[in-house]
Design a protein. Structure first.
Length: 362
């Protein structure tokens, strides 16, 4: 097995509906095609297209949501996505998703999230830990010591925590509803809030009341920040002091300075940035600047399904493009532990997993 696959990894920026297997999307599309809800041949072409602009990506999400937004399917894709990450030795996953309402099938934001949690419960291929320890009354669930993910003899184990996404199309009220839901579901592994969605839609001030409320209530916060050029947003987002930001592409000089001083960790999604042409070539990716400045950063997939990538692939890509060896990449993965939205007990367990994997690195 290649080292970028076998080494333990931490995934902190993965959107549930962006991480679905193509085979599952095609199967779902075929069923809806047979029911006459969509025209399969049109949809097949869209799903299999490889390179998409950022605008096209959001059109694809609208299609994916038509295919996936019912309770049974949400449960299925959650289970599959977790198992896929675990199969490439992701040992800690923060999965984010936008709670959805669909009155025609009796879906509320709450029931959508219950279906997600059901998907976590349905994971069988690996041991999963998704309930924060302070809420867990079932000793057995968390008493299993972290197995050696690379050893192949024991069942793998993955920690999963959930982030609820606020979509930039939403109103202040809808965003507050999502934060309240996150608070209600803390005992089921919801640890934080993400602000995402089409970056050319919506305004920071619309989401600020909900994000402030989340911050006051002690939820962790990560923001998609600077994914497109928007002179009005980056500064207030950095002033807000989220625990992490995603992308950080379109920053002015002063904003770079502020980011570096603040030490806010950045979730870097190389393939996503290149495929959407947010960055014209990997050689000029800001990963290099941040890495050289020892700025906290973590490699992530964004949408492994939509961009046909995997976390292993992101590590391989960074290693090749930036001339970093196995040891440097391993250390990079390990530093991700510091930026997870989980407590010291989980961090300690992950440190031990990495320590044990380090011994076999050569
Ligand atoms: C911003 C993104 C994104 O929430 O339905 N999403 N938001 N930038 C990106 N970069 C490409 N990729 C995904 O997963 C899909 C949703 O995640 C957000 C969008 O709101 C998209 O509709 P969920 O599970």
């Amino acid at each position: 097995m290649e080292w970028w696959v076998s080494m333990p990894k931490i995934e902190l920026h993965a959107h549930l509906n962006g991480s679905i297997r193509d085979s599952t999307l095609l199967e779902l599309a075929r069923v809806l095609g047979e029911k006459g809800v969509i025209v399969f041949s049109d949809v097949e072409h869209v799903i299999m297209k490889n390179d998409r602009s950022l605008g096209e990506v959001f059109k694809l999400f609208d299609l994916i949501h038509i295919l996936t937004t019912d309770h049974k399917t949400v449960t299925r894709i959650t289970k599959e996505v977790v198992e896929d990450f675990a199969s490439e030795n992701v040992v800690y996953l923060e999965l984010r998703t936008t709670p959805k309402k669909n009155d025609s099938i009796g879906m509320s934001k709450h029931s959508y999230m219950e279906a997600v949690v059901e998907g976590l419960r349905a994971v069988t291929a690996v041991d999963i830990d998704f309930v924060p320890h302070k809420f867990n009354t079932q000793d057995s669930l968390n008493s299993i010591a972290m197995n050696d993910a690379c050893d192949g003899t024991k069942k793998k184990k993955i920690y999963v925590r959930l982030l609820l996404s606020i979509d930039r199309r939403e109103t202040t009220e809808a965003a507050i509803e999502t934060v309240k839901l996150a608070l209600e579901m803390r005992d089921l592994g919801v640890v934080g809030i993400d602000l995402s969605g089409n970056p050319v839609v919506g305004e920071w001030n619309t989401f600020l009341p909900a994000l402030k409320f989340a911050q006051e209530q002690g939820l962790y916060i990560t923001l998609h920040c600077g994914e497109v050029l928007n002179c009005q947003e980056v500064q207030p987002m950095l002033d807000f002091l989220p625990q992490r930001i995603g992308h950080a592409i379109f920053f002015e000089e002063e904003e770079w300075r502020q980011l570096k001083t603040s030490k806010i960790p950045v979730e870097i999604c190389l393939t996503s940035n290149i495929k959407t042409e947010s960055i014209s070539s990997i050689d000029i990716h800001h990963f290099v600047d941040l890495y050289n400045a020892k700025h906290p950063l973590v490699l992530c997939t964004d949408d492994a399904g939509v961009f046909s990538t995997s976390l292993s692939n992101e590590y391989k890509l960074a290693s090749t493009a930036f001339g970093l060896g196995k040891k440097e990449m391993f250390e990079l993965a390990r530093t991700g532990i510091e930026f997870i939205f989980a407590g010291d007990e989980v961090k300690q367990d992950l440190v031990e997993t990495f320590d044990s994997a380090a011994k076999k690195l050569n």
